[in-house]
Design a protein around this ligand. Structure first.
Ligand code: FMN
Length: 387
């Protein structure tokens, strides 16, 4: 199969993934919350960012390399944390972490992954970022960080944009609970997707393994509090406040980022607390349908914390989008759904193909702009189209 011809864009991977996995699985990955207006805004505002093309530059090469938080990368992008990632395709977390390590780009494991940090230790290499939904129990919080560090995850991401559950109507219509409770419609859909189903059964029903371990610990100490592990994720997930960020900063001696920042004053306050980098994100429209496009938040945050590294995500579907985010002030870009469409569409072959596709698209567009490196992209922006 010639992947470049058959799957030249993320939309091709999405379409194939949609056909290869049960309906409830696709809806889990693909949906946002509410009327999904914020998702639409994320894309629309990204598409509005335009550059002047360039002509008669002669022969030149385009350099996509960058450095971020003291490490060198061949490209300025990586895989964002996705909870229940292993539901998308059997062994998804192992496949994705290995592909990212091989490509030399970051893989961010979610607290609510279907594996524990130790599972990825053999494959993660030097590319491990660990995303924490802060447990309300300080003992579990410290233990979780110790385990992530011991397993080789060197960069900590604290996600702060999920203070409440969101509605996720499409997910509900598909009957998906987390962890999944299988009903007849789901069973039927699983029968129609035997490759996914056989692999998933072989690997074990996906569940929130790390959270379940802490929920089981808590249940051992207090049988009345935790009757069931079914809601382990919700039980473990605390609602962090500003002082918690200070506490976590004191616990973690490596690079620490806060993810889900959308306003400049918040970014400034986090930098004052000692956070090393800010991750501008709106969870790709999965939490709050009433907020701005993620790309619209970037320029003000760049201006507020000019010397702080910035990560950007939400709505990125190609190399050109990555250049758009870099031009508006990001230093690094992460993609969630695209990596998971890739693994759903093509299993092990998906993530390397996606990484190549994104890089090729970056180089092609840099060439059109006459950009030899990732520096100075902002000077090529068309001012009136900047959101
Ligand atoms: C199915 C799904 C699950 C997610 N789970 C998490 C999570 O566990 N932790 C987290 O910080 N972000 C989570 N996110 C948000 C992603 O890390 C990232 O912000 C977002 O997917 C980026 O947008 P994109 O999917 O348009 O690339 C999730 C996103 C999706 C689509």
């Amino acid at each position: 199969m010639d992947l470049d011809t058959q799957f030249p864009a993320v939309s091709d991977l999405r379409e194939r993934a949609r056909r290869r996995v049960p309906h409830f699985v696709f809806e889990y990955l693909d949906s946002s919350t509410g009327k999904e207006d914020q998702s639409v805004r994320n894309r629309a505002r990204l598409q509005d960012v335009q550059f002047w093309p360039s002509i008669l530059e002669g022969r030149f090469d385009c350099d996509t390399t960058t450095s971020f938080l003291g490490r060198d990368y061949p490209v300025p992008f990586g895989c964002a944390p996705v909870g229940m990632s292993g539901i998308m395709w059997p062994r998804a977390e192992k496949i994705l972490s290995a592909a990212c390590a091989e490509a030399g780009i970051p893989y961010c494991m979610s607290t609510v992954a279907t594996v524990v940090p130790e599972t990825l230790a053999p494959t993660i290499g030097d590319q491990g970022w660990f995303q924490m939904y802060m447990p309300s129990n300080p003992e579990y919080r410290a233990d979780m960080l110790d385990r992530a560090k011991a397993a080789g995850f060197h960069t900590l991401i604290v996600t702060v944009d999920t203070p409440f559950e969101s509605s996720r109507e499409r997910q509900r219509r598909a009957n998906l609970t987390i962890p999944p409770k299988i009903n007849l419609a789901m069973l039927w859909s699983m029968l129609l997707h035997p490759a996914w189903t056989m692999g998933t059964l072989q690997e074990g029903i996906p569940s929130l393994k790390l959270c379940e371990e802490y929920a089981a610990k808590a249940a051992a100490g207090n049988p009345n509090e935790f009757h069931s592990l079914a809601h382990a994720g919700h039980i473990i997930r605390g609602q962090p406040g500003w002082t918690d960020i200070e506490d976590i900063r004191a616990l973690w001696d490596g690079p620490m980022l806060v993810k889900g920042v959308q306003q400049a004053p918040d970014a400034k306050r986090l930098v004052d607390i000692g956070v090393d980098a800010i991750w501008v994100s709106n969870h790709s429209g999965r939490q709050f349908d009433g907020g701005p496009a993620s790309i619209s938040c970037l320029p003000a945050i760049r201006a507020a914390v000019p010397d702080t590294p910035l990560v950007f995500d939400s709505g990125v579907t190609g190399g050109l989008d990555i250049l758009r985010a870099l031009a508006l002030g990001a230093d690094f870009v992460m993609l969630g759904r695209a990596f998971h469409y890739a693994v759903g569409a093509l299993a092990e072959k998906g993530p390397p193909h996606l990484i190549k596709m994104l890089r090729d698209d970056m180089v092609s567009n840099m060439g059109q702009m006459g950009a030899r490196s990732l520096d100075g992209l902002s000077s090529r922006l068309i001012d009136e189209t900047t959101p």
